[in-house]
Design a binder for this molecule. Structure first.
Ligand SMILES: [Zn+2]
Length: 262
């Protein structure tokens, strides 16, 4: 049926497609409470893509690993037809992000997570001040960084290089969640937790007055940030940081087992 409104012609589908959408349990947190079931019935407008329909249900597409219709894989641009049975698949872990070395960009609310990632040697850009969603998304695209956020609106921005929703609001949960999802290489104590710069070895003399007397006497191995100059030394880390590192290594980078001969 066609009708004229405001001087333009609009298509008005007579029958709006009714589809069934199956969302895996780990993604149901994004659905409205009355849709948090194994499957939910959705009436679409007959023109929107399946990606748009899934996003409209509240699920960020950064969390979607694939879509199938009646058992057959479809692209996000697929326009669902009446009666289709859609299955949403979560991203598989470890998630591959092709096209660039794995590096992250964190929104303004994730400062603690940023420092913990850096502690493990993971490239984690973070701005102390809120530069706004468009600027963050543009930075993600420009530097090819995976944007980490708890803000679903931010994760919907089309210009993102890649993104991931941070499910927990607790840093102690956030870190293992990200390590499990992306399996980044861990290189503890190689990156400045303050500015994300790489550390280089440094001797006591070159660090000079950046060290306090007690530090000079007690510790031998020093490093300095190549970007901000901040001094680091072995053995003087806060016990909490040591435990963050040892927990991560034990869980996500265990020493490789000896090869068996058969
Ligand atoms: Zn630094």
């Amino acid at each position: 049926m066609w009708s004229q409104a405001a001087g333009r012609w609009h298509a008005e589908p007579v029958n709006r497609p009714h589809i069934t959408v199956r969302v895996p349990v780990e993604l149901r947190v994004f659905l409205a409470a009355d849709r948090r079931r194994e499957s939910t019935d959705v009436v679409t407008d007959g023109a929107s893509s399946l990606g748009h329909v899934v996003e409209s249900l509240g699920v960020p597409l950064t969390e979607v690993g694939g879509l199938t219709v009646d058992g057959r894989e479809v692209a996000r641009g697929h326009v669902p037809a009446d009666g289709e049975d859609v299955t949403v698949r979560a991203v598989s872990e470890p998630q591959q992000v092709p096209g660039a070395p794995l590096r992250f960009l964190l929104d303004v609310h994730l400062g603690t997570l940023a420092r913990r990632l850096r502690l493990l040697g993971i490239d984690a850009a973070y701005e102390n001040e809120d530069i706004g969603d468009p600027a963050l998304a543009a930075l993600s695209a420009k530097e090819r960084r995976v944007l980490l956020s708890r803000d679903r609106g931010l994760l919907r921005r089309r210009e993102l290089w890649a993104g991931a929703y941070v499910y927990s609001d607790r840093p102690a949960r956030q870190l293992p969640d990200i390590l499990r999802r992306f399996a980044p290489e861990l290189h503890p104590w190689t990156r400045c937790v303050a500015c994300n710069g790489l550390l280089r070895p440094a001797d006591k003399e070159s660090l000079g007055d950046r060290l306090q007397d007690g530090t000079q006497k007690s510790y031998d191995a020093f490093a300095a940030c190549t970007r901000c100059g901040r001094a680091y030394w072995k053995g003087a880390h806060h016990a909490r940081l040591e435990s963050v590192v040892s927990d991560a290594i034990r869980t996500f980078a265990p020493p490789s087992k000896p090869h068996s001969s058969n």
